[in-house]
Design a protein around this ligand. Sequence first.
Ligand code: SAH
Ligand code: SF4
Length: 365
Amino acid sequence: MTDKTNLLDFDLDGLVEWFAARGEKPFRARQVMRWLHRAGVSDFAQMSDVAKGLRATLAAEACVHVPNAVRDSESTDGTRKWLLDVGAGNAIETVFIPEASRGTLCISSQAGCALDCAFCSTGKQGFNRNLSAAEIIGQLWLANRLLGATADGERIISNVVMMGMGEPLANLDNVITALRVMLDDHGYGLSRRRVTVSTSGIVPAMDRLREACPVALAVSLHAANDALRDKIVPINQKYPLRALLAACNRYLSAAPRDFVTFEYVMLDGVNDSDKDARELIAIAGQVSCKYNLIPFNPFPNSPFRRSPAERIRRFAGILQDAGIVATTRKTRGDDVDAACGQLAGQVLDKTRRTQILHPVRELRQ
Ligand code: SAH
Ligand code: SF4
């Protein structure tokens, strides 16, 4: 590795500071940011409107480094999935989901995750490390290049969701830096409404995100009462529903959208009864929200099954009859294991994964 500074680790303020330390004006930072992120140029020699002397300084002291794509898979439905090597045997994944009216990039924030949700294959791998800001924004940089984006062409990626591997709010500083680059007009110029952070509910970090960089918020609810949520989303033991819902309401006061998206994974016989649906209606009375029902995606050694399609339909119907917006997520990229909760499942060391697999919990009570 190099001891040069990776410029992808900076948002605009960080770049301005780095340039100022070298006697350069702020407009140079803006110029270079446009080359890096808008044009996707990593070779300083190509930055034609940057003064020659500065280009030499950049070549000597800085670099543009993104994780290496070691696998590129395309699903029959057009979903693309890249496996990125982040060193020391760690791999993360980035998924591009094309739709008629938008292109969504699902990016990772950590290698592994410490929060250990019962139904999540990332959680079962354990925590390896936080991604740097460059590794987070590097996923957008790289996806644009691999999808053939050009500086003056049509935008291919219109939306970003932080729903890949990891808990973004457990790596908040680096996530905030990356978010700022996504939103910056000199960076990717994405609308705040089209950038979504998904969290399992780390309450103090939700407040920090609201203050530092409010974007659209998705919260992984998955259970409508503390007794069940304590078991399947263990962070609930620290920040129970009452605290979580209060944090959602505080967040909404600054959010670019006037609702929170509650994600709800449909687990057969665990959280999919009519009673669960009625409890979700009560929650919707406390927070302006939409529900996104996610059919569970199985992975090896998982104790859960996906709720039958008819059960999901009925569950959604109960919410909808109460006037609540409830959508059911289409499963995309199934054939390349790009669906929620399956990321990097096929590449990591299976032996290790089995060893750290937790005993099946009794969830049916
Ligand atoms: N850590 C964050 C974001 C990453 S997970 C969070 O938990 O919100 C993105 C979404 O996929 C979350 O709602 C998560 O609960 C869900 N998910 C995890 N494993 C899943 C699985 N096996 N099937 C379906 N959804 C899953
Ligand atoms: Fe971590 Fe999210 Fe998976 Fe829970 S669902 S283990 S928070 S990645």
